[in-house]
Ligand binder design. Structure first.
Ligand SMILES: C[S@@+](CC[C@H](N)C(=O)[O-])C[C@H]1O[C@@H](n2cnc3c(N)ncnc32)[C@H](O)[C@@H]1O
Length: 547
């Protein structure tokens, strides 16, 4: 949970520590820990820090002005890649140059034109033509126009050979709708107890491969590695994004995405200082707060209380925060980040006019505290298993999928179809059993001691799964179990073309063998089968795109 305050962003920690030292005088008696409601700490901390110089420095550090000089430098870096035939890296640089260029400038036109050259090389003629038209509609230098117009003619003539982008496939549809959970099959239910909190239980025997839930994200943010090729609003892969007109951070696949984002949360998000954008989870808490406060998105009124609705902010705000378990320093750090966000929002006239009573003010501080904690424990990393160059695409928050607890021998696994998440059974489940996913730690890959340490540190629980309880050996030390014919298992590596028939053949064979082998657990051959089953589902969800 505290990963985002640790190794990754020492700058945040350093600034918080300076503030903490400056404000320490006020918090000598462990005042933050004594609060009956931990979310009140934002009010307390804010009132002490907003006048401090370090706080003012943080707020002022937006460094996000559009600049033609920066745009020019980045475009020239792009030219270097282009000359070395590294078109994808060149394209990313040109997109960054587009984001940095001042509105309507010739630098913006130059960056679009250069990107159109990459798109032409990549055989993305439709996108190439769009960029050429964008460049021509701006202040594109006359002397360069003939070359661009020639490219336009060539792209027009080759449009029929346009490369198709099939990246994410549509998620499967729920077949037997759960009457109490809007995004789930009727094979599961939510239960609660003290030990596990809310958790998911099977209401019947469930077979390997069955879908349990299909959920759209409530809120997502794009990761740094993918920000120049994935839309910041819908996460779709896009090689010719357009920039936000105010900031250099946000890029979109279409006018619709740009205006939806701006009308909703982005007009505020745009103005936040740099420190809150160092980590995608930080970005998420601001976006989550703004989306949650957007009245047009509220669905609670129509939804009866006993139905779990994925699109309801009411459900998001119920997610785990572990706020009572925070020590003083953690409370201070969370409160500081929330205070920065609060301060920026309150400076915004349009925002203030909507939330101006004392009660609104206090509620906003409490909400920012909660959304920050929720965004640290609950998000799912969207990974690119078959994508061109980067592995991390985004972070997304799901109201229901966040309720699956962890096991180091999980019986379910999730697969991202873009920003949607599909959870499937990857080991057969008996009625009454808890359904679990892995929080990134599995018994075959990491030692018990390591798993326990990380789970305690990040998620504040002691794992009692069968691998932890019985101290199962890790991968190479496991017995092989019953022999399986391996010849039919083609390793579904990223380089392999998607072939539905072949994948289905592998899937069915693996499933049959799984039932012959499951009594040998734990063993290597069972893991091989489960890996291949998961790999087929990954392949189905997201196919490789080459530039
Ligand atoms: C993403 S939430 C999962 C849903 C959570 N149980 C709830 O009530 O909202 C993660 C938190 O669930 C709890 N949790 C997850 N797996 C667990 C397990 N195997 N045993 C006990 N608690 C677990 C921990 O408190 C953890 O921080």
């Amino acid at each position: 949970m505290w990963g985002m305050f640790k190794e990754r962003h020492l700058k945040i920690v350093a600034k918080c520590c300076i503030l903490y030292q400056e404000a320490e005088l006020y918090f000598k008696e462990d005042e933050l820990k004594k609060l009956a409601d931990p979310s009140d700490c934002v009010n307390l901390v804010y009132n002490h820090i907003y006048k401090l110089t370090t706080f003012k420095d943080i707020i002022a550090d937006t460094q996000d002005r559009k600049s033609n000089i920066t745009s020019d430098i980045i475009r020239i870096e792009g030219n270097d890649y282009f000359l070395r035939d590294n078109y994808l890296n060149a394209l990313e640089k040109y997109t960054k140059s587009i984001a940095s260029a001042e509105n309507g400038s010739s630098y913006l036109a130059l960056a679009y034109a250069n990107r159109s050259a990459c798109l032409f090389k990549g055989k993305y003629y439709k996108e190439c033509l769009q960029d050429i038209n964008r460049a021509l509609s701006l202040d594109y230098p006359e002397k360069l126009k003939p070359k661009l117009l020639k490219r336009k003619m060539d792209a027009e003539s080759q449009k029929h050979m346009q490369k198709q982008v099939r990246f994410y496939s549509k998620p499967p549809v729920i077949r037997s709708k759960n009457p109490f959970i809007s995004c789930a099959e009727d094979s599961i239910e939510i239960q609660y107890n003290k030990k596990y909190g809310r958790h998911i239980i099977a209401t019947r025997d469930i077979n390997i491969g069955e879908v349990l839930s299909v959920e759209n994200s409530f809120c997502h943010v794009v990761c740094a590695d993918s920000k120049y090729i994935h839309c910041h609003e819908c996460l779709e892969l896009c090689f010719n994004m357009i920039p936000c007109e105010n900031c250099t951070r946000a890029l979109y696949c279409s006018e619709d995405c740009r205006s939806n984002a701006f009308k909703g949360y982005h007009k505020y998000e745009c103005q936040f200082p740099k420190i809150l954008f160092l980590d995608p989870k930080m970005m998420m808490f601001i976006k989550l707060t703004l989306i949650g406060m957007d009245d047009s998105k509220k669905t609670e009124a129509e939804s009866p209380d006993n139905i779990h609705r994925s699109d309801s902010f009411k459900e998001i705000i119920k997610l785990e925060t572990h706020d009572k378990e925070c020590d003083s320093l953690k409370l201070f750090m969370v409160a500081t980040m929330a205070s920065i966000a609060y301060h920026v929002l309150k400076e915004n006239q349009e925002f203030v006019s909507k939330y101006d009573t004392d009660e609104d003010d206090l509620n906003l501080k409490k909400l920012l505290f909660k959304t920050l904690l929720i965004s640290s424990i609950n998000p799912f990393l969207i990974q690119n298993f078959f994508n061109i160059n980067s592995k991390e695409l985004g972070n997304a928050l799901y109201a229901f999928t966040s309720l699956y607890n962890h096991s180091c021998v999980a019986n379910a696994q999730y697969f991202h179809h873009g920003s949607s998440i599909v959870t499937r059974v990857t080991a057969s489940i008996k009625k009454g059993e808890q359904i679990t996913i892995s929080y990134g730690l599995t018994f075959d890959n990491q030692s018990r001691a390591y798993r326990q340490k990380i789970l305690k540190e990040l998620y504040l629980f002691e794992c009692d799964c069968k691998a932890c309880t019985n101290n199962w050996p890790t991968g190479d030390n496991l017995p092989f179990g019953k022999e399986i014919p391996l010849s039919f298992i083609l390793n579904l590596e990223p380089s392999q073309e998607y072939n539905e028939e072949l994948d289905q053949f592998i899937l069915n064979k693996c499933k049959r063998l799984y039932y012959q082998l499951k009594n040998y657990e734990p063993c290597q051959n069972l893991l091989i089968l489960q890996y291949n089953i998961a790999q087929v589902y990954r392949h189905e969800a997201c196919s490789e795109v080459k530039f």
